[in-house]
Design a protein around this ligand. Sequence first.
Ligand SMILES: C[S@@+](CC[C@H](N)C(=O)[O-])C[C@H]1O[C@@H](n2cnc3c(N)ncnc32)[C@H](O)[C@@H]1O
Length: 204
Amino acid sequence: MIKMVGKRALWPFILLSLVASPGPAQSRDAARDKIEQPDKVMEATGVKPGMVIGEIGAGQGYFTFWLSQGVGKSGKVYANDISGSALAAIERRCESEKVSNIETVLGALEDPRFPPASLDMAFMVNVFHDLERPVELLAGLLPAMKPGAPVVVMDRDPARFKDAHGHFLARDEVERMIGRSVFELVRVETFLRDHNLYILRARR
Ligand SMILES: C[S@@+](CC[C@H](N)C(=O)[O-])C[C@H]1O[C@@H](n2cnc3c(N)ncnc32)[C@H](O)[C@@H]1O
């Protein structure tokens, strides 16, 4: 029981609410964090405060809110998807967590509809294998990238887990698709348990 001593009695509550309130820094999926390690992925790919990042196929925003935290208040994340209901879920979470650096963008199959020359980096997390026309989508993304800005494709590699339904793309298939696109493969990071990180840049 806290004794009421004027305004001082409020301090324990204020401190408690600061510690306990779920800000954007707190993930909602600890199991997924363990496998996908968003902190490590952002460090390895060079996500920094102040950056403008476009995420394609953001879904319900699992990675979006990590990126939002990575770019900070001075940065911005454009969260794209072709599903309006997924984007609505992101908007609701932004509202409830008072996150102001995420803007949702309803895209088309071959065009993410990000503002031209706006992005320091683009991300696709668990999306590439689901794209109907990946080569065309990459062409649609190019005008939004600043010169030299990287695209990070994070996707599960069926060589590293039991892909019973053959849903995912083998590394050489992903690399072949990238090879047919307007981007070229710069490197592949393999430190995650299930996923590869394919880092691309526009061809010169
Ligand atoms: C497996 S979910 C991954 C969602 C999220 N990135 C995550 O990791 O939780 C794939 C998402 O890609 C979206 N998607 C599929 N094709 C797309 C396209 N051409 N452009 C943008 N989003 C697309 C789907 O609507 C879906 O939300």
